[in-house]
Design a protein around this ligand. Structure first.
Ligand code: DP6
Length: 326
C-alpha cells in the first residue's frame, strides 16, 4: 500500500507532561495521564509517490511552511527509516477544531500522521510501537494512540509510550471546553517545555506528581470525579505556576480564563461536580459527568468572554479510515 488515511482524537491530560528529560527523544520529565476527546478529530492522508522530489504537506487547507513543515518531514523520515524506503510523500491533514489554543492539536495530528504514514509505507505497527513513534513527533501524541484513558510512562526510548488504563466506555466523563480565545499562542507547548527547568517551582511540581498520578488512577478506576478533580486542578495550577515563573515567563491566561476558573469554583460550592484544567493556552477544560454536561455547557455559554463551548466524551484510539482526503 502506498496511500493510507488515519483519524485521531486529541487528548486532555489529567496529569500534565511539562518539561523533558530528553528533547530529541521527547522523553518527559514526569509520567502523564489523559483522556481522548471523541468530539474533536484530525484526519490525515499520506501517499508515498515515486518521482516526487520533496514532501508536500497541506494542513487545514494551507501548504505547511517553516517549523510545522519541518516537523512533518522529520516524522515522515522516521516512518521511511522504519520501512527502509526513501520515497517522498504527499500529506493532507485536516482538524475540525482550532490549533494552537490549548486544545492539544499536535496530539491528534502526530497520532494520525504516525498511523497514516506507517500504513502507507506498508508497515503494521502494534499499539506500543505506534505510540512510541507518535511520541517522537509530539510527546502528547503518544497518548492519543490507545483508546479511552491512557498513561504515558517509561524513561527510555524503548519503554516510553502510552498504555490504556481504561476503555472509552468505562466512564461517561465529559470535557466541556470553554473557548475564550482563538488566537495562535506566541510560545506553544513544544517550545515551552524547554523553559520548565528555569522555574524554581518545577522541582516541587515534579515531587507532587506521583501522588496526583496515583489518586487520579484510582479515581478513574472507581469513577470518582471528586478525587480526580482536586488533583487535576492542582496539577494544572502547578503547571501554570511553573509556566508563569519560567524565564522568560509564560502567561497564557486572559481575564476570561480567570472568570471561568472562578465560576467553576462557585459551582463547586453549590455542590456541582465540575473541575477545571488547562493546557498551554487560555481555554478552560471543565470536567464533569455526562448527566451534568448540558447544565455546565449552558452556564459556560452565559459567562462573559466565553466565545464557544466544545463538549466531548471519551474518544477512541487512532484508527485507519477507508476514505482518503485526496
Ligand atoms: C501542556 O506534546 O505539545 O498540553 O512533545 O514538544 O510536541 P511536544 O509537546 P506537547 O506538550 C503538551 C503539553 C501540555 C500538557 C499535556 O498534554 O500533557
Amino acid at each position: 500500500m502506498s496511500k493510507a488515511t488515519a483519524v485521531a482524537n486529541p487528548n486532555i491530560a489529567f496529569v500534565k507532561y511539562w518539561g523533558k528529560s530528553d528533547v530529541t527523544l521527547n522523553l518527559p520529565a514526569n509520567p502523564s495521564l489523559s483522556m481522548n476527546l471523541a468530539a474533536l478529530t484530525t484526519i490525515t492522508t499520506v501517499e508515498f509517490r515515486p518521482g516526487l522530489r520533496v514532501d508536500a504537506v497541506t494542513i487545514d487547507d494551507r501548504p505547511a511552511i517553516g517549523e510545522s513543515f519541518d516537523r512533518v518531514v522529520a516524522h515522515l523520515d522516521r516512518a521511511r527509516s522504519l520501512a527502509g524506503i526513501a520515497t517522498r510523500a504527499c500529506v493532507v491533514s485536516r482538524s475540525d477544531f482550532p490549533a494552537g489554543t490549548g486544545l492539544a492539536s499536535s496530539s491528534s495530528a502526530f497520532a494520525a500522521l504516525s498511523l497514516a504514514a506507517t500504513r502507507a509505507a506498508g508497515l503494521d505497527l502494534d499499539e506500543g510501537a505506534l505510540s512510541r513513534l507518535a511520541r517522537l513527533g509530539s510527546g502528547s501524541a503518544c497518548r492519543s494512540v490507545p483508546a479511552g484513558f491512557s498513561l504515558w510512562e517509561g524513561d527510555r526510548h524503548e519503554t516510553s509510550f502510552a498504555r490504556q488504563v481504561a476503555g472509552r466506555g468505562h466512564w461517561d466523563l465529559v470535557d466541556a471546553v470553554a473557548i475564550v480565545a482563538y488566537e495562535h499562542k506566541k510560545i506553544g507547548s513544544h517550545h515551552g517545555h524547554g523553559l520548565a527547568s528555569t522555574s524554581p517551582l518545577q522541582e516541587a511540581r515534579l515531587a507532587a506528581v506521583p501522588g496526583w498520578l496515583k489518586a487520579v488512577l484510582r479515581g478513574i478506576r472507581e469513577r470518582d470525579l471528586a478525587t480526580i478533580g482536586l488533583c487535576v486542578e492542582a496539577d494544572a495550577l502547578a503547571m501554570h505556576g511553573v509556566m508563569m515563573t519560567s524565564v522568560p515567563s509564560l502567561l497564557y491566561w486572559t481575564p476570561a480564563t480567570i472568570s471561568v476558573l472562578r465560576a467553576v469554583r462557585a459551582w463547586q460550592e453549590e455542590g456541582l461536580g465540575v473541575y477545571f484544567t488547562l493546557d498551554a493556552g487560555p481555554n478552560v477544560h471543565c470536567l464533569c459527568e455526562s448527566a451534568d454536561a448540558r447544565l455546565i455547557e449552558k452556564r459556560l455559554r452565559n459567562l462573559a468572554g466565553v466565545q464557544d463551548v466544545l463538549v466531548s466524551g471519551a474518544g477512541d484510539g487512532v484508527r485507519p479510515m477507508a476514505y482518503h482526503l485526496f
